[in-house]
Structures are given as C-alpha cells and as structure tokens.
Ligand binder design. Structure first.
Ligand SMILES: Cc1ncc(COP(=O)(O)O)c(C=O)c1O
Length: 399
C-alpha cells in the first residue's frame, strides 16, 4: 500500500532484531514520522510503461542513464577510428591506447578486457576470481542479484549470497554473517564480496568504506569486486580519483562502466592484480564478449579516459540530480526519500500522481508497494529538462 506523502526528509533506519526487515523512516517538517517499510524490492521495473510509443511522451526523460544517447565526443572518436583496416580482436592501436589509459587511471597492474555490456563485465570478473564451488556476497538489491537473469550463476558458475541492506551498501559486519562453514565441502565457500558503486539505490561508498570492505575481504581470504556501471558518478560524488577509490583502496576487480556515461555499448572487466586476467581472456571469448572489430570499443574508452570526459559527464549528471531534488523536495505531495548522492533521485508520490506524470514522462516506479519512484539523470540531461520535469512533478503531485 502506498504511503501518504506528507513530509520531505528521509533518514535511513533499521528495525532492531536479527530478522527485522530494513525500513526507511520519513520525518516530515513537523517531525512526524511516516514509515515506508520493505525498501528492498524485487519488482522495481515496469518496462511496459517504457515501451509506450514515443509520440505521446516527452522525447527525453528520467527513466535511466541507459536511455541517453552516446556522447558526441565518443561518436567522433568512433568515426575517426573508421579508417583503413586494423588488426582484429584487440591487436589494434585504439585498443592499445584504451588499455594504456586504463592503466594510467588504475595502475600498471590493471589488466582490462573490453566487452559489450555490464552483465558481461560482471560475469567475466566473477568467473575470473571464483571456482565453481565458490560464492559471491552481494547486496540483495544488486544488479547481480536482481537484474542479470541468473547470469552469474549460469555463466560464472557462482552461488550468490544476497544480503539485505538498509541502503544498498554492504559493510564488513553485514558480510561477516556470510563467511561461515569455511572448509566444509557441503557448503559453497564465500570467495568474493561484490559491491556496486554507485549503488542501485543511488547511494555512494566513501573511499574509507571501500577500503574497510577490502581489508575485511582480504582478512578472510576473500576478494573484492566492484560493479562500476556508474563508477564515475560514484567517484566524483566521493571526491576521489579512480585510483584512490579502486586500486589504492584494495579492490581486486572492477567492472568499468562506459555505456551509462556516454559510450555506445562498451564496458571493461578490469583485474587490478596479476593472475586472473590471463584465464579471463578465454572466458571472455567463451561468453561471446570478444569483439572482432575491437578498435571501436577501444576508441570509445580512449575518448572517455584520456582526457576528463568521464569526470565532466559524471559531474554534470550528478548536478542535474541535485537540481531535480532541490526543485521538488518539500513540494506538496512529493517526498524525496534521500538526498541524491550520485545521479539518482528517489521520491514517493501518490500513485495517481505518478500515473498522471507518466503520461508525458518516462521513469520507473521503483516500489509499487510504497509509491517510490526513481528518476535518473544522465550526461545529456539539461537544466531545461530538469526544470520542465520538476514543474510537471509539482503540478501532478499537488493534492
Ligand atoms: C549496477 C549495474 N550493473 C551493471 C549493469 C549493466 O547491465 P547491462 O548488461 O544491461 O549493460 C547495470 C545496468 O543497468 C547496472 O545498473
């Protein structure tokens, strides 16, 4: 049942007791508490809504950073790479430049395998780190767990150990419960902790939090993987370079996201320490993720990483989320459930207001039970987009 929206500021809280479900507690301006329970949802998507004909809808929207096109600087790099012939399968100068740029960002030991999509990057990272009797600790809300159609289980042959979290973030304490029956041949052995930066709930790990997870993992003979589909949004939000946040913090493998930040379908599985990248090359091929015309993937990463395009795009997307939250938070009938930390805004509206808005604008209902919606901004979201949408949100939500 949808919560009646009265307040504006949410804080994250957990019910006490070991089996308690997490909850978010909303505190209105008058201090009254409205509680939205069961923030962890397994039914966040309504793709039917997003498939409506574009004709009736605003041509831009807030559904996903995947809805945005490719960045013009990336397209220009692809066009520039479209000359003459180049050696296939990655032995080309554009891939070499991309791998050099990744090493410049992440350190000399970083070995990157360029791939087509984020699920592929995640599966290759996990397959590179785990054996078939090993398991991956992840947040219950993680893309790995709820949006990859069991690809990690099927293709990386790992067992997922999903953990309920209040805010999409794992902590050493939450992981510790999963590191049990070590050495018991009847029990899949925890081997990797996987986190998303930024998370599927729009939250961001600090460098210290990632370092604490890496220290925990290494102290228990585990490895740390970061699903970085939105790594640049997370890094600029945390005020850290990729190197500080990933390599220096002790991360072992990174799914380096490109598509959401403006590439044309290019991601990378990056191993930060010597060892797993070698075998992972065969895994990439087996999983149909080795591109024959890899120069076009390489040209995109080169364009993204050699200058400051990634940071510019992420800073802009994050700023647009903050602008949107500022424009609607506290408006009658709108409750922003947490200050945006990266490029996602979550808010609770009454369902009829959501329905009215969705006649014109694309966005997802995140949790049908609470009326929470998700608004994503991207590298190409303009101030005019935000202002027009915010005006419609205020109008639709007014009781
Ligand atoms: C956190 C996260 N990881 C990975 C992905 C990559 O998914 P895909 O395989 O669709 O590129 C996504 C895309 O939505 C994501 O949000």
């Amino acid at each position: 049942m949808a919560a009646r929206v009265t307040g504006s500021v949410f804080t994250v809280a957990r019910k006490s007791g070991p089996s308690a479900a997490p909850e978010r507690e909303a505190t209105g301006p008058g201090g009254q508490a409205a509680v939205v329970t069961d923030v962890v949802t397994l039914v966040p998507r309504d793709h039917r809504q997003s498939r409506r004909s574009l004709g009736a809808m605003h041509p831009r929207g807030f559904a996903s950073d995947n809805y945005a096109g490719a960045h013009p600087e990336v397209l220009a790099a692809v066009v520039a790479a479209n000359v003459d012939h180049a050696v296939s399968y990655g032995a080309d100068p554009w891939t070499e430049r991309a791998l050099t740029a990744i090493r410049a960002r992440l350190g000399e030991d970083a070995e990157a395998l360029l791939v087509f999509n984020g699920t592929g990057a995640n599966v290759i990272c996990l397959a590179g780190l785990c054996r078939s009797w090993e398991a991956v600790i992840c947040a219950q809300t993680s893309h790995l767990n709820v949006d990859e159609a069991a690809a990690p289980e099927m293709l990386a042959r790992v067992k997922l150990l999903p953990v309920v979290t209040p805010d999409g973030k794992l902590t050493p304490a939450l992981c510790a419960d999963q590191v049990v029956r070590v050495g018991d041949e009847h029990f899949a052995q925890a081997r990797v902790v996987s986190i998303s930066q930024s998370t599927e709930l729009g939250t961001v790990y600090s460098v210290a939090e990632i370092r604490a997870l890496a220290d925990f993992a290494h102290g228990h003979d585990l490895l740390l993987h970061v699903d970085g589909a939105r790594i640049f949004n997370g890094a600029v939000a945390a005020g850290a370079s990729l190197r500080e946040m990933i390599t220096d913090a002790g991360v072992d493998a990174l799914s380096l996201g490109g598509t959401k930040i403006g590439l044309l379908g290019a991601e990378a599985a990056v191993f930060l320490r010597p060892g797993p990248a070698g075998p992972a090359r065969w895994i990439r091929k087996q999983l149909s993720q080795l591109s024959s015309k890899q120069r076009f993937l390489g040209a995109q990463f080169d364009a993204l990483l050699t200058g400051d395009l990634a940071e510019r795009a992420a800073t802009h997307a994050n700023a647009m989320a903050a602008r949107l939250a500022d424009a609607v938070d506290g408006a009658p009938g709108v409750m922003v459930t947490q200050r945006p930390q990266a490029n996602a805004v979550f808010a609770v509206l009454d369902p009829p207001a959501t329905e009215r808005l969705q006649r014109d604008w694309r966005f997802y209902v995140w949790d049908e039970r609470t009326g929470e919606v998700r608004w994503m901004t991207s590298w190409d979201t303009t101030e005019a987009d935000v202002d027009a949408f915010a005006a419609d949100v205020r109008e639709a939500a007014r009781p």
